[in-house]
Design a protein around this ligand. Structure first.
Ligand code: FPP
Length: 244
C-alpha cells in the first residue's frame, strides 16, 4: 500500500566459522592524507587488533589475515622494514595480551626468509597460546597460496621417495593435511576491503567454495559495523557447494 514503509525481511545473523581477511588499502589511505605509505600500515595494524577482537566476540572460530605476501618483498625496502617492525611491535606487546585473550595464534607462510628475532617471537606466540580453545588466529606472513601448495606437494613427494606412501595414496585430504592450515576447516568467507576484486594468492586451496565479499572501504577505515555488513551479506548467500 502507498505510504507504508516497505517491510524488509530480517536476515538471520550467520557468522562464518572460518573467515579470511585481505587487509588492503593501507597505502591509498595514507596517500589520500599526504602521509607516507607506512602510516597506513600503522593504522592498519591498529584496525587489525580491533577487528580480531571483534571477530572473537562475534563467534568466528578461525580468522586468517593477510599481513605480508610472498610478492610483497617487491616493495621498497623502507616499506618492507616498516611492516616487519610493526609485526615485531605487535608480537612483543601482544605476548602479555595473549595470556588474557582466549585466542590461539599461528603463523602461516615460509618463515625461512624472516629475521631470526621475528621467528623467535612467532614461535613464542604460538607456544604460549597453543592451549587456548577460543578463536584460532592465523597470521599469513611471507605467505602465498601457490607457494603453500608447492611446499605441500614437495612434502608428499619426499614421503613417496622415502617409500612411506605410494603415489596412488595421494588424494585431496592428504594434500590438505600437508598445507599450513592442515587441521582447520575450509574457509567460508573471504573479505576484501579497498575496492579491489582479486584473491591475490590468498588461501587459494582453502577457499575453493568460499563466499567473497568485496567492500569499498579502505582497511584503515574499516569498522566493526563494516564487518557486521559483511556478515549480513554472507547470511544472504545460498551456498550449494556444487549441489542444487
Ligand atoms: C595491503 O595494503 C597491506 C599490506 C601489504 C600490509 C598489511 C599489514 C598490516 C595491516 C600491518 C601489520 C600486520 C600485523 C599483523 C601487525 P596496501 O599497502 O597494498 O595498500 P594499497 O593497495 O592501498 O597500496
Amino acid at each position: 500500500m502507498f505510504g507504508r514503509k516497505k517491510k524488509v525481511a530480517a536476515v538471520p545473523r550467520k557468522i562464518p566459522v572460518n573467515l579470511g581477511i585481505i587487509m588492503d588499502g593501507n597505502g591509498r589511505w595514507a596517500k589520500k592524507r599526504g602521509l607516507p605509505r607506512q602510516a597506513g600500515h600503522v593504522t592498519g595494524a591498529q584496525v587489525f587488533r580491533k577487528i580480531t577482537k571483534y571477530c572473537q566476540k562475534c563467534g568466528v572460530q578461525y580468522l586468517t589475515v593477510y599481513a605480508f605476501s610472498t610478492e610483497n618483498w617487491r616493495r621498497p625496502q623502507e616499506e618492507v622494514d616498516a611492516i616487519m617492525n610493526l609485526l615485531r611491535q605487535y608480537l612483543k606487546e601482544s605476548l602479555a595480551d595473549f595470556q588474557q585473550e582466549n585466542i590461539r595464534t599461528r603463523f602461516i607462510g615460509d618463515r625461512t626468509a624472516l629475521d631470526e628475532d621475528i621467528r623467535l617471537l612467532m614461535e613464542e606466540a604460538e607456544r604460549t597460546t597453543a592451549h587456548k580453545d577460543g578463536m584460532t588466529l592465523n597470521i599469513a606472513l611471507n605467505y602465498g597460496g601457490q607457494q603453500e601448495i608447492t611446499a605441500a606437494a614437495r612434502k608428499l613427494a619426499e614421503k613417496v621417495a622415502a617409500g612411506e606412501i605410494s603415489p596412488s595414496a595421494i588424494d585431496e585430504a592428504m594434500l590438505e593435511g600437508a598445507l599450513y592450515t592442515e587441521d582447520q576447516p575450509p574457509v567460508d568467507l573471504i573479505l576484501r576491503p579497498s575496492g579491489e576484486y582479486r584473491l591475490s594468492n590468498f588461501l587459494i586451496w582453502q577457499s575453493a567454495y568460499a563466499e567473497y565479499v568485496f567492500m569499498d572501504v579502505l582497511w584503515p577505515d574499516f569498522k566493526e559495523a563494516d564487518l557486521d555488513r559483511a556478515f549480513e551479506e554472507y547470511a544472504r548467500r545460498d551456498r550449494r557447494f556444487g549441489g542444487v
